[in-house]
Design a protein around this ligand. Structure first.
Ligand code: UD1
Ligand code: UDP
Length: 384
């Protein structure tokens, strides 16, 4: 039985890989061997635990305030040894983290086919997001199979001369994970959040972590949140704060002591999706949250200058507002007070997937290894 090795290391990869791991474990065609790098620790383990995934191999590479080169070299070194002793028939990497690109390089050097999930996202700016735009472009150069979430991402790959027969459009597996998880309505472990859910207050859900926003821009985000909290005392701002100390140092000082701001540790995925569903507006620089919130009809203000996920911007649910402190304040206040703008943005749209991305992934994998046929691409009509 061919051995397939999903390799991942951070929270978003774990969430987006979980439906694939579940499908591989159910498959009668493949044996699934899960390897994690441990680029994240607590935030990675939280996801694996939720989905009941026990990794077969764990490189445990994390260091406090780790450098990109340390993630890259430790991952390649760890996988080099692993592939010397046991070689899978294919590896699956997800997205654009340094774990995913390092794993793709390590596999490529061992002659192992690389399957790239969430292929073809492009912002068009090598420095934003940094280093993700470079990471995903590198992986595209060495992957054998490119699983594009949307037809836009497929078009990006075609424009870079990736062969059409090596691309399948699957939808994003984050929608599979979201749909499976959000309906469970899990309890919050933090009593403040249970109280908030019962209060019916309007919630502004905030997440921030992007490397290029750390420092001045993120300090500005903190100040903007403090101003919003002061001018909207009836609003609850909830910030599940990333584990990265650089994020905490930048964003937390300005909002400390504000009675209508709740700062929590990273929420387990089930709790986060419930909070997302309860929220009024989402303010974020996250990639995954940009994909999930439109599915639940939540207006999203994205604290970035560009996005590699233009689909929900076209649909009107996502707006790019940058990281200027005053602009963040103005945009949030406007959306809170303009019913027409809110109604225009609060549309449930699903440009990123239909919940069957993992199934399409398994079929494309079977096709790659000569064991079956692909399914029709996501977004194409399946019957006449
Ligand atoms: C990483 C990815 C980014 C992704 C993000 C998702 C890279 C270069 N960056 O960025 O693409 O969007 O994850 O969150 O691959 N830490 C902990 N415990 C954890 C997680 C992080 O202590 O569970 C701390 C550590 O001090 C670590 C730091 O956060 O050194 C930064 O983590 P790192 O993975 O390097 O960068 P992220 O900003 O999380
Ligand atoms: N998420 C979570 N708990 C939190 C914050 C986010 O489970 O406290 C989930 C969120 O639903 C999304 C993913 O984490 O699926 C996004 O991760 P992150 O923002 O860290 O990375 P990005 O998507 O920007 O790479």
């Amino acid at each position: 039985m061919p051995v397939i090795m999903p390799i991942y290391g951070t929270r978003p990869e774990a969430i987006k890989m979980a439906p694939i791991v579940e499908a591989l474990k159910d498959s009668e065609t493949f044996e699934c061997v899960v390897t994690v790098t441990g680029q994240h620790r607590a935030m990675l383990d939280q996801v694996n635990e939720l989905f009941g995934i026990v990794p077969d191999h764990d490189l445990n590479i994390i260091q406090q305030r780790q450098s990109l080169n340390s993630i890259m070299t430790k991952t390649i070194d760890g996988l080099d040894r692993l592939f010397d002793s046991s070689k899978p028939d294919a590896v699956i990497v997800q997205g654009d983290t340094t774990t995913s690109t390092a794993a793709a390089i390590a596999a490529f050097y061992h002659g192992i086919p690389v399957v790239h999930v969430e292929a073809g996202l492009r912002s068009g700016n090598l420095l934003s997001p940094f280093p993700e735009e470079a990471n995903r472009k590198i992986t595209s150069q060495i992957a054998s199979l490119h699983l594009a979430p949307t037809s836009t991402s497929k078009a990006n790959l075609l424009a870079e001369n990736i062969a059409e027969e090596d691309i399948a459009v699957t939808g994003n597996t984050v929608i599979d994970a979201l749909l499976e998880t959000v309906e469970k309505q899990v309890p919050f472990t933090d009593p403040q959040l249970e109280e908030l859910a019962a209060s019916g207050k309007r919630i502004l859900l905030v997440t921030t972590h992007r490397r290029e926003n750390q420092g001045d821009a993120m300090r500005g985000v903190g100040r903007a949140l403090a101003r919003i909290a002061d001018s909207e005392p009836g609003l609850a701002i909830v910030l599940p704060v990333h584990k990265n100390p650089a994020v905490r140092e930048a964003v937390l000082p300005a909002i400390e002591g504000k009675s209508n701001v709740i700062v929590t540790e990273p929420l387990a995925y089930g709790q986060f999706t419930r909070l997302l569903a309860l929220s009024h507006i989402v303010l974020t620089d996250s990639g995954g949250v940009q994909e999930e919130a439109p599915s639940l009809g939540k207006p999203v203000l994205v604290m970035r200058e560009n996005t590699e996920r233009p689909e929900a911007v076209f649909a009107g649910t996502v707006s790019l507002i940058g990281t200027d402190e005053r602009r963040i304040f103005d945009e949030v206040i406007r959306l809170l007070h303009s019913e027409s703008q809110f109604e225009a943005m609060a549309n449930a749209v699903n440009p990123y997937g239909d919940g069957s991305a993992a199934q399409r992934t398994i079929a494309a994998l079977e096709c790659l290894l000569g064991l079956g046929e692909r399914l029709p691409d996501f977004g194409l009509p399946t019957s006449e």
